[in-house]
Design a protein around this ligand. Structure first.
Ligand code: UDX
Length: 433
C-alpha cells in the first residue's frame, strides 16, 4: 500500500508504538494526546516509556517528517484516511471495561471525520463496541474497524513489526481489508473477520494465556507436593507443538496492564451473554491462591512469623524489561507481607520513588543488609549476576525465595545461602541438586 494519512489518538505504550511503527512503515502519522506537556516532550523526541527501540523509531519518524505530535483531535483528523483509537480502557466498576475515553473521543471527532475515513479501535474493547461506536457516530460513511493489538510491554516494537498475525474486523469488509493493508510490508498472516469476532480474538487470546499460566502455577504446586520438578515437567510439555513452550514459566502470579483487566472483562462479557465462564473464574482464583502460596513460602523462610521480619525484595515490576507496576504480582505479594508486619526493602532496576509499605532503594546490595529473607519477584537478568557471596555477608538470615526460578541454585548454595524456588525441590546443600 502507498503511504496513508493516519491519526493515532492516545500516546500510551500502545498508541505511541502504533504511531511510531506505522510511520516507520512509511505512513504519515499524526499522534494526538490531551496532555500538552507530554506532546511537547514527544515532539522533542523524548520518550518516557521504557520500550526498546521506541525512542529511536520516534526520532527517525520526527526527522523524516512522517511522524508528528499534536494536541487537539478535531483539527488532526480533518484529512485522515484512518484514525486509530488507542485510549485507555481500564477496568471499571464490577470488572467491565470502562469505555468512557473511547466514547468521549468518538463523540469529539464524530462530526469532523472526513467521509470514508476508517475509525479503528486498537484499545481492547468489549465485544459489540465497534457497532456501538458506529451507532454513536450515526454516520453511514464512516466504517468502524477493530484491529486489536497483541503488544507485550518491553517488546512492543518487536511485536508490532514482527507479529504472529494481524487481525482486522468490521461489518464493512473492504474497510477491514484496507486497515489490514496498512501492514502489508510485515508479511504476517492477516485474519479478516466481522467486528464482533475481531473484538473477541483479543480477549480469547489473553484469557487463554492467563489460564495457561494459572494452570502452570497449579502444576508447580503439585510438583512441590509430589516431589517433581516443574522445570522438567514444562520442558516435557513444551515439546508438544500443540502446547508450545511459551508461557509455561511458573511465577508469583500473572499481572500487568492487560491480563488482569481482560480476564475480568471477559467474565463480565460472558455474564452479560448469560454464560457462566467457570474455567476463567478458576484461573483468576488460582492467581490469587498463587500469591497467597508465595506469601506462605516467604513466611516459612522467615521462620514462620512475618511480624518484624526483614524481607529484601528484588524486583517490583510485573515482569522484567518494564518499569510498569500496574497490577504487578510483586506489589501484590509485598502489600500482603507488609500487612502481616514484615519490614520491606526493595530494589528494581527500572523502578524508583516512593511506594507505600516499603523502602525503595537504588542499589540491590542495600536490600540484603540485615535481611532475614531475600525474595526475587521479577525475573531481571541482572539479579543472576549479583555477587551472591557479598549478599550473603550482608544478610542476617540465609534464605532466598526465588519466585521466578531465575537464579542458579548452585550459585546461591555456594554463597552459603539456601534456595527455595517454585515447583522445584528446595536446595539446602550442593549434594541435593
Ligand atoms: C500481555 C499479552 O501477552 C499481550 O499479547 C497483550 O497485548 C497485553 O498483555 P504483557 O502484559 O505485556 O502482554 O506481558 P506478558 O509478557 O504477556 O506477561 C503477562 C504476565 O504473565 C506477567 O506478569 C508475566 O510475568 C507473567 N508470565 C508470563 C509468567 O508468569 N510466566 C510466563 O511464562 C509468561
Amino acid at each position: 500500500m502507498s503511504s496513508a494519512r493516519i491519526v493515532v489518538i492516545g500516546t500510551g505504550y500502545v498508541g505511541l508504538t502504533t504511531g511510531a511503527c506505522l510511520a516507520g512503515l512509511g505512513h504519515r502519522v499524526t499522534c494526538v494526546d490531551v496532555d500538552e506537556a507530554k506532546v511537547a516532550r514527544l515532539a522533542a523526541g523524548r520518550v518516557d516509556i521504557l520500550e526498546p527501540g521506541l525512542a529511536e523509531l520516534v526520532g527517525r519518524g520526527l526527522t523524516s517528517g512522517r511522524l508528528t505530535f499534536v494536541v487537539g483531535a478535531r483539527a488532526a483528523v480533518s484529512d485522515a484516511e484512518g484514525v486509530f483509537l488507542c485510549v485507555p480502557t481500564p477496568m471499571g466498576a464490577g470488572g467491565a471495561a470502562d469505555l468512557r475515553a473511547v466514547e468521549a473521543v468518538a463523540a469529539e471527532i464524530g462530526d469532523v471525520l472526513p467521509p470514508g475515513c476508517a475509525l479503528i479501535t486498537k484499545s481492547t474493547v468489549p465485544v459489540g463496541t465497534s457497532r456501538r461506536i458506529a451507532d454513536l457516530l450515526g454516520r453511514g460513511d464512516i466504517p468502524v474497524v477493530s484491529n486489536p493489538e497483541f503488544l507485550r510491554e518491553g517488546t512492543a516494537v518487536a511485536d508490532f513489526l514482527g507479529p504472529d498475525r494481524i487481525v482486522v474486523g468490521s461489518d464493512d469488509r473492504a474497510a477491514a481489508e484496507w486497515v489490514g493493508g496498512l501492514y502489508a510490508d510485515l508479511a504476517a498472516p492477516t485474519v479478516v473477520a466481522d467486528a464482533a469476532s475481531a473484538e473477541l480474538v483479543k480477549y480469547a487470546a489473553n484469557c487463554f494465556l492467563a489460564m495457561k499460566l494459572s494452570y502452570v502455577n497449579a502444576i508447580a504446586e503439585l510438583c512441590e507436593r509430589l516431589g517433581a520438578d516443574i522445570t522438567s515437567v514444562t520442558e516435557g510439555m513444551g515439546h508438544d507443538r500443540r502446547i508450545g513452550r511459551a508461557f509455561l514459566k511458573p511465577g508469583p502470579g500473572w499481572g500487568g496492564s492487560c491480563l488482569p483487566k481482560d480476564t475480568h472483562a471477559l467474565l463480565r462479557i460472558a455474564e452479560a451473554a448469560g454464560y457462566e465462564f467457570g474455567m476463567l473464574t478458576s484461573a483468576i482464583d488460582e492467581n490469587l491462591a498463587q500469591r497467597d502460596r508465595i506469601v506462605a513460602k516467604i513466611a516459612g523462610a522467615a521462620g514462620g512469623n512475618l511480624a518484624g521480619a526483614r524481607i529484601g525484595v528484588l524486583g517490583l515490576a510485573f515482569k522484567a524489561g518494564t518499569n510498569d507496576l500496574r497490577d504487578s504480582p510483586a506489589l501484590s505479594v509485598c502489600s500482603v507481607l507488609s500487612a502481616m508486619g514484615a519490614e520491606l526493602t526493595a530494589y528494581d532496576p527500572a523502578v524508583g520513588g516512593e511506594i507505600a509499605g516499603m523502602t525503595v532503594v537504588d542499589d540491590p546490595y542495600q536490600v540484603a543488609k540485615g535481611a532475614d529473607v531475600l525474595v526475587v519477584l521479577t525475573e531481571w537478568d541482572e539479579f543472576r549476576k549479583l555477587d551472591w557471596s557479598y549478599l550473603a555477608e550482608l544478610m542476617h538470615g540465609d534464605a532466598v525465595v526465588d519466585t521466578r526460578n531465575l537464579l542458579e541454585p548452585g550459585v546461591i548454595l555456594d554463597a552459603g545461602l539456601s534456595w527455595l524456588g517454585i515447583g522445584r525441590p528446595r536446595a539446602r546443600e550442593r549434594v541435593a541438586l
